[in-house]
Design a protein around this ligand. Structure first.
Ligand SMILES: C[S@@+](CC[C@H](N)C(=O)[O-])C[C@H]1O[C@@H](n2cnc3c(N)ncnc32)[C@H](O)[C@@H]1O
Length: 323
């Protein structure tokens, strides 16, 4: 399905047509958007479910909450907003007994968060080291950079940023912070640049040498993988049979979790192969709708470079499947 994107909005929803095609929202259905952001996906869903539908949106960022009232006034369906960490919001909905027809997560940061220079998500602006999606939480990038020991920093840069100069960068940060704490994104960028050999930096081409470390710190500060691990089963729980779940992820650590989660739900008997009869009784709960992750077209990547690493996976909950 071709979706015309409104480029006057600051956040362009990624894989929007593909998400709508897979989740197939219908008039009167109930949908949960776990990552409202600027409401790009939510708007498309709202138009599909129409006046008889209900759309519940979740986001932990107060800036998303601020945008929601205007959104709600413009869309045809009934709406509700939960400013919460998505696992917390989903748990609340499950405990209320919600039976949704579709739920989806579009992970990571929004363009508005990256462009809000003062929030410290971007290596392109000089700002305090922050990177919290929820400014009410206590852990921020400043604490990670100045309080984590060298080994923990190096591990994080490797695990969450795939940074091969992880040890050198961690060592340089620790060396600098002995003189005075690193307070700003520019100070962090300087430390990273000082730790990566100049010839390697010249090979980065269009990429920025701080990109991987910034990604790693952002993932740590916002506990992005822990949140996803908690949210996936809860999102599954709020779906009624025939309900559809979609997840758009932006790096392999996320995608691997989504892939494994959906594959587990799609699998039947898990007895060892040498058992003559099934004793586990497990039947498939899900029809996995994406045998391979859906990636953006070259056209979408050209129009919206942020979509480059996006991957979409989806599944439909089977009727009569067993938990
Ligand atoms: C990529 S943006 C979503 C953009 C949205 N789909 C759109 O089309 O405008 C991700 C949003 O999810 C929110 N978010 C990320 N992780 C979250 C979490 N664990 N709990 C709640 N919100 C989260 C971020 O604050 C951000 O606004």
């Amino acid at each position: 399905m071709a979706i015309l994107l409104d480029m006057t909005r600051t956040h362009v929803p990624v894989l929007a047509g593909e998400l709508i095609d897979l989740l197939d929202p219908r008039p009167g259905e109930t949908a949960v958007d776990c990552t409202f952001g600027a409401g790009g996906h939510a708007r498309l869903v709202a138009e599909r479910i129409g006046p008889a539908g209900t759309l519940i949106c979740i986001d932990r960022d107060p800036a998303a909450a601020d945008r929601f009232d205007e959104f709600a006034a413009e869309v045809p369906c009934e709406t509700r907003f939960l400013r919460a960490e998505f696992a917390t919001g989903l748990r609340m909905l499950r405990d209320e007994g919600l039976q949704a027809d579709l739920a989806y997560l579009d992970l990571g940061v929004s363009s508005m968060q990256l462009d809000a220079w003062e929030r410290g998500f971007s290596y392109s602006y000089d700002a305090p080291l922050d990177m919290r999606m929820d400014p009410d939480q206590s852990l921020d990038a400043r604490q990670v950079v100045n309080e984590w020991d060298e080994r923990r920093l190096a591990n994080a840069f490797r695990t969450y940023g795939d940074e091969r100069f992880n040890k050198q960068i961690a060592r340089e940060i620790v060396r600098r912070r002995r003189k005075s704490p690193l307070e700003t994104t520019s100070e962090l960028v300087d430390a990273i640049r000082a730790a990566i050999p100049a010839p390697v930096q010249r090979q980065f081409g269009g990429g920025h040498p701080a990109k991987r470390v910034f990604q790693a710190i952002r993932i740590v500060v916002n506990d992005e993988l822990g949140s996803l691990d908690q949210a996936l089963p809860l999102a599954w729980d709020v779906l009624r049979p025939t309900g559809r779940l979609g997840v758009i992820s932006f790096h392999s650590l996320e995608d691997r979790r989504v892939k494994r989660f959906l594959a587990d739900r799609g699998r039947g008997c898990i007895c060892p192969p040498d058992l003559p009869v099934c004793v586990c009784g497990k039947t498939p709960e899900a029809d996995v709708l994406t045998s391979r992750a859906v990636a953006p077209t070259p056209g979408e990547v050209a129009q919206n470079p942020r979509s480059k690493s996006a991957k979409l996976r989806a599944a439909r909950k089977l009727e009569g499947g067993q938990a």
